[in-house]
Write a protein that binds this ligand. Structure first.
Ligand SMILES: *Cc1c(COP(=O)(O)O)cnc(C)c1O
Length: 366
């Protein structure tokens, strides 16, 4: 951590976000053939790019000499159509992390506090700290959000609550009734950010109807991303949906042209590619079964997941992770979450899952 006195203390104390290890890094470090490496570390879509998104980007190439549409007219129209909201309720982000960061930057001052759960997505703490505010981390229950305790943790100086539903890295889910109860009891001067990065993987009956809730709760901000189910992680595109008043504030403060032209074009096409989304869910459902069956067969405890990854418990996470890396399999250590005995694996294609399972089995037996 840098100790440059040029920055304020809360910035000097920041621990940077740790992403999944890129394939090229591992190939370089261990002198492996990149083609022999599989990456199941960042909850990316294993299906590859939507062909509709690819075509849309090729068409958009001709316009790249111009700045993108700062208001994202076509993309907001597509989102509005798809989710039955108004374009004035939408803010586009350079990934949904952009929206999460904006929320902390806009609604929180260094005098305020932010509530989030133990084991919740690591970026909440980072965004809070970067805003100079104090985070109130609420103890998890069975690795999931304890919404009652989070409500009780709200102080007069609390301005923001982050809820990941489903949560990363634990895959836990809050029930629709509990989410509704939380919103009903939450003080209206607190912004509630419902981060639904994995909502597409949920069957309809497990989903909170958060977009309908926006009508009732002007302090609600729903965040969605095209990085996971829609398969566009490398383009950096996500969005927030809120009351027009909240969306307007976010749009005022976001950087001009924060979403590039290729991302906007691809997102419009991806949102419309129902077949791609269906196939994504099919691959994920099958992979979830393949992996959970293996964990059960091998006697490895895991957290039942509602997303496109599974966190499982081993004795020494760092040791197993290192073994996996040497075998060309990149998964995610969770040391930065204080879960030293756990690792997270993203669900891949059947053959990728099989290779992960084989290496895991070899590690345990060998
Ligand atoms: C992946 C993820 C995001 C989104 O990331 P972007 O690529 O920035 O859209 C947001 N929240 C959670 C919980 C995630 O796991």
């Amino acid at each position: 951590m840098s100790s440059s006195p040029l920055a304020p203390q809360h910035v000097r104390d920041l621990a940077p976000y740790q992403g999944g290890k890129p394939i090229a890094d591992l190939a370089r470090e261990l002198n492996l053939d990149p083609a022999s490496i599989i990456k199941l570390a960042s909850n990316e879509n294993p299906q590859g790019l939507s062909s509709k998104a690819r075509e849309a980007m090729l068409l958009a190439m001709d316009g790249l000499t111009r700045y993108p549409d700062d208001n994202g007219y076509a993309l907001k129209a597509a989102i509005a159509r798809r989710f039955a909201v108004q374009p004035s309720q939408i803010v586009l982000g350079n990934g949904s992390n952009d929206i999460l960061e904006l929320a902390a930057r806009i609604f929180v001052t260094p005098a305020d506090t932010v509530v989030y759960s133990q084991y919740a997505f690591a970026y909440y703490r980072l965004a809070t700290q970067a805003a100079g505010a104090r985070g109130l981390e609420v103890r998890a229950v069975e690795y999931g959000h304890d919404l009652g305790a989070m409500l009780a943790a709200i102080q007069p100086d609390t301005k923001l609550v982050f809820i990941a539903n489903p949560n990363n890295p634990t895959g836990t889910l809050c029930r629709p009734g509990d989410v509704l109860e939380f919103l009903e009891s939450c003080p209206p001067q607190v912004l509630v950010v419902l981060d639904e990065a994995y909502v597409e993987f949920l069957p309809p009956e497990k989903r909170s109807d958060t977009l309908a809730l926006l009508q009732r709760f002007p302090n609600l901000l729903v965040c969605r991303t095209l990085s996971k189910a829609y398969g566009l992680a490398g383009l950096r595109i996500g969005f927030g949906i809120a009351s027009p008043a909240v969306a307007e504030l976010l749009n005022r403060v976001r950087r001009p042209f924060n979403v590039n032209a290729l991302a906007q074009a691809a997102a419009v096409a991806a949102l419309d590619d129902a077949e791609f989304l269906r196939e994504t869910i099919r691959i994920n459902t099958a992979g979830m079964q393949q992996l959970t069956e293996a964990f059960i067969r091998l006697g490895i405890p895991f957290i039942p997941s509602h997303a496109n990854f599974i966190t499982f418990h081993v004795g020494d996470g760092a040791l197993l992770n290192q073994y996996m890396l040497e075998q060309g399999v990149i998964i995610r250590p969770l040391t930065n979450y204080g879960m030293r005995d756990s690792l997270r694996v993203s669900i891949g294609l059947p053959e990728e899952n099989a290779r992960f399972i084989a290496v895991l089995e070899a590690a345990l037996g060998g």
